[in-house]
Design a protein around this ligand. Structure first.
Ligand SMILES: Nc1ncnc2c1ncn2[C@@H]1O[C@H](COP(=O)(O)OP(=O)(O)O)[C@@H](O)[C@H]1O
Ligand SMILES: [Mg+2]
Length: 257
């Protein structure tokens, strides 16, 4: 294939771009790479390839959509930078298909006007960007609701795409709510370790023994479990505020009809 034809193939199909870094995407990864769905939740086990997929997507957008802005958000700047580093590595491994004007630990600026920027994880320090084409939220279950509230409006004007990738972390928070009760707004992709061809059963047995079932079920089985530090389950807490549930030992202040 000529260079031009190869470039055209990559422009049209991000899976071809992934192949350019020696990655043969799993079916779900190819699906996410090709999807233009505006809201995607990736509930995929640890080491399944979430961040790698997000990074390829980011490079595809930056290279082939001139002037586009991609943001990488995580619970902390350090974690945002980890995802951003994957973006840089992907871009460099591809041989910098569009020249860069600036490459540092926080951002990549291309000659075609596109940018990929790493955000801090706390809403107080996030500066507002407008016309965001792609927002990647890594370790999404741990990104506070307040941070998401600060970031969401940045997608509004541009009709941008959000991909929120994570393993579950308790039955609370925006990512859990979106997965469980966010309705048809979201495209949901679920990949437990048993479906990842690169994770061996023997390794999983070892992890289960080392982590205990609470952590294991969230990290490798995509299941939401009440948090380990929580003395009372989510259901118990909810019941406290439920007028239908009678107290065991009514106090004087309790007047139930
Ligand atoms: N389709 C794939 N083929 C081969 N290796 C892959 C593929 N997807 C991901 N990987 C590798 O698997 C490892 C974990 O990927 P990563 O994206 O960090 O996972 P996650 O973010 O889900 O924990 C990395 O070394 C990555 O290069
Ligand atoms: Mg990751």
């Amino acid at each position: 294939m000529s260079k031009l034809a190869a470039d055209l193939a990559r422009a049209l199909d991000p899976v071809r771009l992934a192949e350019g870094i020696g990655m043969l995407p799993d079916e779900w990864q190819a699906d996410v790479l090709r999807s233009s769905h505006p809201r995607i939740l990736l509930n995929c086990c640890r080491q399944s390839g979430k961040s790698t997929t997000a990074a390829v997507k980011a490079v595809h957008v930056a290279v082939y959509e001139p002037g586009s802005l991609t943001l990488c958000l995580s619970p902390s700047l350090r974690q945002s930078q980890e995802l951003f580093r994957k973006v840089l590595t992907t871009y460099r491994t591809l041989g910098r298909p569009v020249a860069s004007e600036g490459e540092n630990a926080l951002s990549l600026t291309l000659e075609n006007g596109s940018r990929v920027v790493s955000l801090p994880g706390t809403e107080g320090t996030i500066r507002a960007y407008s016309a965001v084409r792609l927002l990647l939220v890594d370790e999404a279950a741990r990104v506070p609701d307040e941070t998401m509230a600060a970031v969401r409006p940045m997608l509004a004007v541009s009709d941008g795409q959000m991909i929120a990738l994570s393993t579950p972390w308790g039955c609370r928070g925006w990512w859990y709510e979106a997965w469980e009760s966010g309705g048809a707004t979201w495209k949901r992709v679920r990949v437990p370790a048993s479906e990842c061809p690169r994770i061996a059963p023997a390794f999983l047995a070892e992890e289960r023994a080392a982590l205990g079932s609470w952590v294991y079920s969230q990290e490798y089985e995509c299941s939401f479990a009440a948090t380990s530090t929580q003395l009372f389950s989510e259901d118990h807490l909810r019941a406290m505020y439920d007028a239908q549930v009678q107290p065991l030992f009514p106090t004087e202040g309790d007047h139930h009809a």
